[in-house]
Design a protein around this ligand. Structure first.
Ligand code: SF4
Ligand code: SF4
Length: 368
């Protein structure tokens, strides 16, 4: 029997918790753009120049208030995210982590890793926090630096990951590495995946979204849906054969998929609320509303029930009770957050006869 897929601590909730959160109109996770869009890299796939990615930083008082409000709505983890580098202001991160700790919350930091040294790796470990660091390539500094938009970035990124490894961050699923899949690094992905599994790092591999700076990335860097499907199948095969881990090679994040729309929200640096960090479909404004008002709004309910609103191929797919693809490109390309994910390679149409239930059961059997 194969092992289940593990996710970074703080990023995963089991099905029962998610179903309960949806039925109670609660959220389990709140993502906050903590450092505005200030960053020391210029990654070519970054969404930070989108208008929804704020140049303003909320004050610490505002951040504290939002986190406190979130606990009453069921939140268990706070994600400090990019579109800006959270660790450029370590004292601010320290304050947020202290607030989380005092409220019994877990935190997750998405970072490019360049400012993580031994001292910081040791200090952060004392907080209830996981880290997801970027990895563009293993030994190919040219490709990694090209993706980061900065010469020398790769050395700093690898040094950061090295510091986290030497301070045992892989214990208790506290370390993940994020890789964005483009043509330049596609051939290196199997080696990167193996390396992460061998070191106990949880891989977080996903395609670039056509949002923010990624809209200016060369078109040839975007793999076709079928090429992306081949990459996912190859990574799945490595997991099956070498690590006894099995998963469906469906979009949008290898092995992990995406279920955040059911239980998470994203707050930009200016307090605007969106379904996630790739879909700047406005749900509310914390300058004028409480988090509770936004979470309980009809539009937020629609987000939670995303699967039943899917259109196009996603609306006519046997997987659409457990998959909604990635909503980022759907929204960016059509203006409709529920349009089909045009980047999907995994579509399986329901039978025209209407025997959906049979089709869904067949699909689940195939997976088992
Ligand atoms: S077509 Fe099906 S498998 Fe593909 S993203 Fe949509 S729901 Fe998922
Ligand atoms: S819908 Fe796409 S952009 Fe949004 S959280 Fe999921 S994978 Fe990320």
């Amino acid at each position: 029997m194969s092992r289940g897929v593990e996710n970074v601590r703080g990023l995963f909730f089991d099905h029962r918790d998610i179903e309960m959160a949806v039925s109670l109109n609660q959220i389990l996770r709140l993502t906050i753009q903590i450092e505005g869009s200030r960053c020391n890299l210029s990654c070519r796939y970054c969404w930070s120049d989108h208008p929804g990615s704020s140049r303003r930083n909320m004050t610490m008082d505002e951040v504290r208030t939002i986190i406190r409000q979130s606990t009453a709505l069921g939140v268990r983890s706070i994600v400090l995210t990019g579109g800006g580098e959270p660790l450029l202001d370590v004292s601010r991160v320290r304050e947020v982590l202290s607030v989380c700790e005092s409220l019994g919350l877990w935190a997750v930091i998405f970072t490019n890793g360049t400012v993580v040294d031994a001292a910081l790796a040791e200090e952060l470990k004392t907080f209830p926090v996981s880290i997801v660091a970027k990895l563009h390539a293993l030994d190919d500094a040219e490709t990694a630096d090209w993706l980061a938009g900065q010469t020398g970035a790769h050395d700093h990124m690898m040094a950061g990951i090295g510091s986290l490894l030497s301070h045992s961050w892989t214990e208790d699923k506290r370390l993940g590495c994020e890789a964005i899949i483009v043509r330049r690094n596609a051939e290196q992905l199997p080696a990167m995946w193996r390396w992460m599994r061998q070191h106990g790092i949880i891989p977080y591999f996903e395609s670039p979204k056509r949002v923010g700076r990624a809209r200016s990335m060369e078109e040839e860097e975007f793999l076709t849906p079928s090429e992306m499907g081949d990459v996912f199948s190859l990574l799945q095969e490595i997991d099956r054969r070498e690590f006894n881990i099995d998963w469906l090679p469906k979009p949008p994040i290898a092995a992990l998929g995406c279920d955040k729309w059911h239980y998470a929200l994203y707050v930009s640096g200016s307090g605007d609320v969106y379904p996630c960090s790739g879909v700047f479909w406005p749900l509310g404004d914390l300058g004028r509303q409480t988090l509770k008002e936004i979470v309980e709004s009809p539009v937020c309910r629609t987000v939670r029930e995303v699967n039943s609103h899917l259109k196009g191929r996603c609306g006519d797919c046997v997987w659409n009770s457990c998959c909604y693809g990635c909503r980022a490109d759907a929204y960016a390309l059509t203006g409709d957050p529920f349009a089909e994910d045009a980047g999907c390679w995994f579509w399986k149409p329901m039978r025209a006869s209407g025997a959906d239930a049979v089709n869904r059961a067949d699909s689940e059997d195939e997976h088992e």
